[in-house]
Design a protein around this ligand. Structure first.
Ligand SMILES: *[C@@H]1O[C@H](CO)[C@@H](O)[C@H](O)[C@H]1NC(C)=O
Ligand SMILES: *[C@@H]1O[C@H](CO)[C@@H](O)[C@H](O)[C@H]1NC(C)=O
Length: 475
């Protein structure tokens, strides 16, 4: 959020409210919209958020920040004056397109409910005040929902996850014994990072196999959260983070990504018409096509600005191609077109690029992450051949078809925002684990050398659950 805030200050001069072409209609507090999981009690994802859309009295959505000095403001309190809980309530983040993102954080739990007021100036927005009559738990509260159907409903999980269905076709049964033999032998030498998990009775056990153990923090984060949320379905589940999981596209960094995404999509950036009309790339030399891209850029500087910021795999090329200065990620979006090229595997930046309201030119790739299935070429991004032979042509196309390009960029951004919301990630993980558990041929065990993964500490606040029995008998 830090760098984003800075950017916001710097750009205010150029993109301030007075310069906008938006009609000078005022915002109607009453007609404006508010929605999102943060306006419901049951959902306990590790980040609480909702959205606000500014709408005029005539019912028109603002597509840029509303003019004037009035602002949206949110006040969140425990419903009962007897409960005192600290709730971090920052100002809603202006997404620069007429919508606002409101994140808040519970530093404790409230048992009687929450009152969320949304104001524009001094008037209530939409159905404000929102009264959440159930307990609202702080994010480290260990309060699982036992019924997975209820949980999925609460999270508005999609009923189908076609990617999961497709990925599991080649794994009708999962033979834990065999995996246990084969995976470490195959991967711990070459890749050096395997974390072996057993999930039993809603406790997570883990051991690291292989040389590098740092990856475990990413995967832990995901499992810890999931066991908060369900007991019954995952009493007996076992996962080996190896080939299968990679095949599933369940990349270890994803939960971190998910929690971060609302920030990125809220940064202030130049408007489309003020972006530099070139394609941009900055990154490391992790794949040969990236070097080829730099060559193209040197030959076609009017279309493409590409640079390698660090050499590791092709050090001998540094002299010829030169090293580009590092560039802040938010500065990427001063350019209209963004080139997405695989790194060692799928480029993790793809979702970030989509969120940045520039047009993404995506290299064809065999690699994918779980949400790619919701994204279509020519609707959400422009496809580019794997060997980049049509890249320049595609950039020219975008320059000549500005309206079309802008439309694709916008579609890409909106769809990415939808697909990449934190709760959608957890829905996905849940369905993967559920399918996985179903297919196991034998019972999972707690193996030699496994340690219990601790849940985050919740000592400091009221965590007694209204939901069925408390999880830990010893408390
Ligand atoms: C206004 O914005 C909301 C939320 O962004 C959207 O659901 C709705 O379809 C929009 N309405 C129109 C008329 O575009
Ligand atoms: C683009 O930048 C120019 C000059 O900085 C400014 O006058 C103009 O209003 C900007 N356009 C938009 C749509 O912000």
């Amino acid at each position: 959020m830090g760098s984003c805030g800075l950017l916001l200050l710097l750009l205010l001069g150029a993109a301030g409210p007075l310069l906008q072409a938006e009609p000078a209609e005022p915002v109607s507090a009453e007609r404006s919209l508010a929605w999102g999981p943060g306006l419901e009690a049951g959902i306990a994802v590790p980040v609480r958020y909702f959205y606000i859309q500014a709408v005029s009295a005539a019912g028109r959505n603002f597509s840029r920040s509303p003019p004037g000095i009035k602002q949206f403001k949110v006040v969140i309190k425990a419903l009962s004056p007897k409960e005192v809980t600290r709730i971090y309530t920052p100002r809603p983040l202006d997404r620069n397109d007429g919508t606002f993102l409101m994140r808040y954080r519970m530093y404790g739990s409230v048992t009687k409910g929450l009152k969320i007021e949304i104001f524009y100036g001094d008037q209530h927005v939409a159905q404000s005040p929102y009264i959440l009559k159930e307990p609202v738990y702080h994010e480290y509260c260990d309060c699982p929902e036992e019924d997975p159907e209820v949980w999925q409903d609460m999270m508005s999980c999609p009923s189908q996850e076609p990617q999961i269905t497709e990925d599991f076709i080649s794994f009708p049964t999962i033979d834990l014994q065999r995996m246990l033999k084969e995976i470490p032998a195959k991967f711990s030498q070459a890749r050096g990072a395997i974390v072996h998990y057993t999930i039993r009775d809603n406790h997570i056990y883990r051991r690291s196999l292989g040389k590098y153990t740092d990856f475990k923090m990413f995967s832990d984060e995901m499992f810890v959260f999931l066991t908060w949320s369900f007991i019954s379905m995952l009493e007996t589940g076992q996962l080996s983070i190896g080939k299968l999981m990679i095949h599933l596209g369940l990349y270890l960094s994803s939960p971190g990504v998910a929690l971060w995404i609302p920030e990125i999509s809220s940064c202030r950036r130049p408007f489309w018409e003020n972006k530099t009309e070139k394609a941009l790339f900055r990154g490391r030399d992790s794949r040969e096509e990236r070097l080829h891209l730099v060559k193209l850029s040197k030959e076609n500087p009017e279309l493409l600005d590409a640079g390698i910021t660090g050499y590791f795999f092709f050090r001998e090329k540094e002299k010829e191609l030169g090293k580009a200065q590092l560039m802040g990620f938010f500065d990427f979006f001063k350019y209209k077109y963004q080139v997405n090229i695989d790194g060692t595997v799928a480029a993790y930046r793809f979702p970030y690029l989509l969120l940045g309201d520039s047009l993404v030119l995506k290299q064809d790739s065999q690699y994918y992450e779980h949400f790619y299935i919701g994204l279509k070429p020519w609707k959400h991004y422009v496809p580019v051949k794997r060997n980049l032979e049509d890249l320049l042509e595609k950039i020219k196309w975008a320059k000549e078809n500005d309206e079309e390009a802008r439309k694709i960029a916008k579609e890409g951004q909106l769809t990415a925002r939808e697909l990449l919301q934190p709760h959608r990630f957890y829905c996905y993980y849940y369905k993967v684990l559920q399918k996985y558990a179903e297919r196991q041929a034998s019972k999972p065990e707690i193996r030699d050398g496994m340690e219990l993964v601790p849940q985050p500490d919740d000592r400091d606040s009221v965590c007694s659950c209204h939901r069925k029995k408390p999880l830990r008998e010893d408390l």
